[in-house]
Design a protein around this ligand. Sequence first.
Ligand code: G3H
Ligand code: 13P
Ligand code: ZN
Length: 384
Amino acid sequence: MSDHKLCPIAALLSAAEKADHPAAIGAFNVNFYSQAAGVLKGLRRSDAPAIIQASRGANRFQGGPDKIAYMLGRAMEQSNHRLPVGLHLDHGDPEKGEECADSGYTGIMIDASEEPFPENCAITRGMVAYAHPRGVGVEGEYGQLLGVEDDVHAEKTVYADPEKVAAFFEKTNADALAIAYGTSHGPNKGANIAQLKTEVVRDSYRNMADAGLTDNHFLVGHGSSTIPQDIVAEINQCGGDIRGAQGVPMEKIKEGIAFGLRKINIDTDLRLVITATARRFFVDNPSAAGCETLRGVKEALDAKLDVIDPREYLGSVTPFELLREPPDGPGVQEFVDLMALMEERIAQHVAFLVEAFGSAGLASSVEDVTVEDMKQRYARSDPW
Ligand code: G3H
Ligand code: 13P
Ligand code: ZN
């Protein structure tokens, strides 16, 4: 591993809470090396702290939590990234949570949101009991987002009840809580936008403040991609076929942040940027479709015009990226060029997002604490 220390998630979220303006930490899902490198590059441009997160699917794709932690360490080392970054499991279960807590992650999301409230609290509290003694933070989820999140599928939005949010924290001592307020995962949020209820965030935060919880406990907004329409248009102009894609309007995200969200989850926006870059690359470089390293990518894009998940078309080339020096050989330069383009375009979008979330410039406000320090703090605050 590199000597670039990962930051506890509580320290990151606390910096957003204490900022002198409404602020939230961006939490970006990553699946492969250049995606992580692009996020880090955007953060450096904005002097922003952030959370890099990996779902169970991302962990499978890279071969496990230790591989993801290694991948992020390499990306930080390669770019001499010195700003505070946390590594978080997204939508985990207890088994994967324990594995990640033992593999260098600084935060674990335990998603038991499909369970009734008491069971959800009990499962989340169990994760806290495992993670906190190891200095690792925990995020729970309450309410259900419409659509698909890893293995969890919900038919309709189940809004979080603001009256129960303080109780969730009191029963679990989780660091963070994803509350369902009407957003959904993926690129087609259109039907849900009319049902967004940012007042769920406002009232939840007020109840937390009344209970004295806001210093160490933080609200999270999932399903927050804005789905840039110019990127969707670019995908379609370059051979893709994405229909009805619509995101959360940025003013709604900002309203949610003003009302108390401190972590904003983004996955789909980056998938779209990556897909637009790949499709544009083959239009601009037709001969690349024939080269050894990229043929499979082009074929997968041609076979599924609405694909946006890079794992579905980058699979054959990903292991390459972790090598210290790419091997010489036919097609390697084209591969390196494509990855560099992805990195740059991801960086641009990440810089734009963290500016909008109010976390640009906050890097130096993050308290310099380690996972070791957090073990002591949690030992004092966990009542069991
Ligand atoms: O919440 C879902 C995230 O976008 C992760 O998606 O499970 O397909 O990696 P994934
Ligand atoms: P999007 O699909 O809107 O990017 O949401 C990502 C997310 O919530 C990851 O947990
Ligand atoms: Zn999510």
